[in-house]
Design a protein around this ligand. Structure first.
Ligand SMILES: Cc1cc2nc3c(=O)[nH]c(=O)nc-3n(C[C@H](O)[C@H](O)[C@H](O)COP(=O)(O)O)c2cc1C
Length: 187
């Protein structure tokens, strides 16, 4: 029997986690953790990212119109959790050891240890009110570790990537392959 949930929180929204990378005015990188992230089609495959309240990432995206989104893996979780619970307005935030490279196409910082990173350019910025902004972004480039493709270009191997998902302020692991689309309807 189903139960109606009367509280509107993201306790009931499974979400994949990404670290958004932006460059500060002095050219140094900033990273922060995000889960309001998904995909949409707008003539081409795009990414939707929602950012609420005042935060450094939002300020830098508004200014530069580009950022990276780096998939959070189980290995990256300690760093990701730190980046999600510390404000970029604290000048000490980025004084942790982290390997950063530059995007191949856009001027965005990319996390070396993330196996999948998108280089994103803001196409549309939608003010949702209540201090929330929705960014529809063009995927200018995808950087992916070869190890995730088992010698082919697709699909991305989630059991190798070990991405982290979240719901109810809790992190979960995913990745066990369950077969391809269409396989199950034949059984
Ligand atoms: C698991 C997790 C997911 C988060 N997802 C979002 C999100 O999707 N949107 C958002 O505005 N803030 C989100 N945050 C909050 C930011 O990561 C946090 O405010 C961070 O300190 C911002 O850092 P910055 O000032 O360097 O941008 C999330 C935090 C955590 C811990």
């Amino acid at each position: 029997m189903k139960k109606s949930i009367d509280r509107l929180t993201n306790d009931y929204c499974p979400q994949t986690l990404f670290l958004y990378g932006t460059y500060k005015e002095d050219g140094s990188p900033n990273f922060a953790l995000f889960c309001w992230f998904s995909y949409c089609n707008n003539d081409e495959l795009c990414i939707m990212a929602c950012i609420g309240e005042k935060k450094l990432t939002k300020e830098l995206i508004a200014k530069n119109k580009v950022f990276s989104a780096n998939l959070v893996t189980e290995e990256l979780l300690p760093l990701a959790d730190y980046f999600g619970t510390n404000s970029g307005y604290n000048p000490e935030k980025m004084s942790v050891p982290v390997e950063v490279t530059k995007g191949a196409v856009l001027n965005v910082p990319v996390l070396e240890r993330s196996p999948l990173a998108y280089e994103l350019e803001v196409k549309n910025e939608i003010d949702l009110g209540g201090d929330s902004t929705l960014y529809i972004c063009r995927i200018s480039n995808i950087l992916a570790d070869e190890a995730l493709f088992s010698g082919t270009q697709r699909p991305l191997s989630l059991d190798a990537a070990k991405p982290v998902v979240t719901t109810g302020a809790t992190y979960f692991s995913v990745g066990k392959p369950l077969g391809e689309w269409g396989d199950w309807s034949k059984r």
